[in-house]
Design a protein around this ligand. Structure first.
Ligand code: ITT
Length: 209
């Protein structure tokens, strides 16, 4: 029997990435994956925790409770070494709140602010990592958490049109292209989100079986 699982994100890029990353397990377990936008009555969850896992759990639990379906959430961000791990859980709102602005506009403002803050930081101190906490929460209260990281460094100017957020300035360790210059498949194969959700798959198989 097909089982519905709701993705607790309003970020369309994440929905695309997660649908591709989870392709195999979705087919194996006969899941019907839908974004939370299919449930207009579900309110936005304020991200009041101070860790990726905490916020991801908040989002997944709220959507599981509101829809009665198992929910998958992702909380993610960029941790910059020289900023002591910031923007971290504040990555999506690093340049403040922009009410009514498009996600592309907000992403561009966040990226421009970060580049400005790092303008005087030399190349060998521009290390950073993308971090992701993936959560599956069931309406009965059971849940599982897994984390993934992608280590790299930050450029001085954006390059590439793919991905979203800080992708145009992030070059993974050992690579020469930004994650915005990779194909979606190549990004998903190495990304923090790919790693976190692949690490969650054994729990998906157990809890959704
Ligand atoms: P939801 O809360 O609805 O899932 P969001 O975009 O607000 O969407 P987060 O709170 O997890 O999600 O914030 C993640 C931010 O971190 C995101 O807006 C980007 O700025 C950045 N980020 C996360 N993953 C990224 C990726 O793969 N590439 C580039 N930037 C990323």
């Amino acid at each position: 029997m097909t089982r519905r699982v709701v993705l607790a994100t309003r970020n369309a890029h994440k929905v695309d990435e997660l649908t591709a990353i989870l392709g195999d397990v979705v087919a194996d377990l006969d899941l019907d994956i839908v974004g939370v936008s299919a449930y207009p009555q579900v309110a936005d969850v304020p991200e009041t925790e101070v860790t990726f896992a905490g916020n991801s759990l908040l989002k997944a639990r709220a959507v599981a409770a509101a829809t009665g379906c198992p929910a998958l959430a992702d909380d993610s961000g960029l941790a910059v070494d020289v900023l002591g791990g910031a923007p971290g859980v504040f990555s999506a709102r690093w340049s403040g709140r922009h009410s009514g602005a498009s996600r592309a506009h907000v992403d561009a403002a966040n990226l421009a602010l970060l580049l400005d803050q790092l303008a005087d930081v030399p190349d060998d101190h521009r290390g950073a990592a993308f971090v992701c906490a993936a959560v599956l929460a069931l309406p009965d209260g059971r849940y599982a958490v897994a984390e993934g990281r992608l280590v790299g460094h930050l450029l001085r100017a954006p390059r590439g049109d793919g991905g979203f957020g800080y992708d145009p300035i992030f070059v993974p360790e050992g690579a020469d292209r930004t994650t915005a210059e990779l194909t979606p498949e190549a990004k998903n194969a190495i990304s923090h989100r790919g790693r976190a959700f692949r690490a969650l798959v054994p729990d998906l198989r157990t809890l959704l079986a």
